[in-house]
Ligand binder design. Structure first.
Ligand code: ADP
Ligand code: MG
Length: 257
């Protein structure tokens, strides 16, 4: 089966500093895969290259067998790579349902300026997506009053409105309480199972990672040192070295980069 995502020799320098070097991995259809590693390991740099925000210094990225290396973010997004966007101030003035409707309108390439005249455009589809993330009862609330965990679930619904085959989530649970983190990852795991999409994510909470991820990759100083099941990664000598060699895998409250 063709991998949804295939990464070959992915490398990025910042000046003379190599943030990511020779990273190679695949994400299979329907796979929930975690990328973990200490602060500064290069996780966000990898994500930013996959999403098109950063150009790789070298290496290749293939989506469903097609080369997407160096394409601008919008082109990568159009080809089915979703990500969770942070809801900005502008969108806070709208209701929960309107935010999802906006995303659906954009997905169907209508003009944003039509929205005021089309309150019901994609309303049913928006409610269906809100149902997926358990937010349908809050459809007509203003985003400005949402709890943080609910905002995160709304962001997930918005990401799904673009019907992605692959969802990239860089620290989706940053700033959430442990209970909310578990709930969001459980929801993500359910969505992966029900919709057959693939998800690549980073996460601080090792319990969450080891409970939900099908496979786990460990990045250390820009290099992948492990890629396997939870049991394989736990048993990996190099991973243990990173844990035991004075390096903490994550600081307790690591800044969201
Ligand atoms: P992580 O997400 O795993 O914490 P990052 O990918 O953010 O790690 O950072 C990897 C390394 O690259 C770090 O040493 C960081 O300081 C450096 N880095 C990241 N982004 C930039 C940038 N825009 N300019 C210079 N150095 C950067
Ligand atoms: Mg990061």
């Amino acid at each position: 089966m063709t991998a949804v995502l295939r990464v070959q020799g992915l490398t990025r320098f910042f000046g003379g500093v190599r943030a990511v070097g020779g990273v190679e991995f695949e994400v299979a259809p329907g796979e929930l895969k975690a990328l973990i590693g200490p602060n500064g390991a290069g996780k966000s740099t990898c994500f930013n290259m996959l999403m098109g925000q950063l150009r790789p210094s070298s290496g290749e990225v293939f989506l469903n067998g097609k080369r997407i290396t160096g394409l601008p973010p919008r082109d990568i997004w159009r080809r089915g790579v979703g990500r969770t966007f942070q809801i900005t101030a502008t969108y806070q003035s709208m209701t929960v349902a309107e935010n999802v409707q906006m995303a659906l309108i954009s997905h169907h390439r209508r003009l944003f300026s039509f929205l005021p005249y089309a309150r019901n455009l994609y309303r049913e589809e928006a409610l269906a997506l809100l149902d997926v993330v358990g937010m349908v009862d809050q459809a007509d609330r203003s985003c400005a009053v949402l709890a943080y965990g609910d905002l995160k679930r709304l962001e997930l619904a918005i990401a799904l409105s673009h019907d992605p085959t692959l969802l990239l989530m860089d620290e989706p649970t940053a700033g959430m309480a442990p209970k909310e983190r578990i709930a969001l990852m459980q929801l993500t795991a359910d969505i992966v199972r029900d919709r057959g999409i693939s998800v690549l994510f980073t996460e601080h909470d090792m319990d969450v990672v080891f409970t939900h991820a099908h496979h786990i990759m460990v990045l250390n100083r820009g290099e992948l040192i492990a890629d396997g099941t939870a049991a394989q990664v736990r048993a990996n000598a190099r991973v243990q070295e990173v844990y035991l060699g004075g390096g903490t895998l994550y600081a307790a409250e690591d800044a969201h980069a």
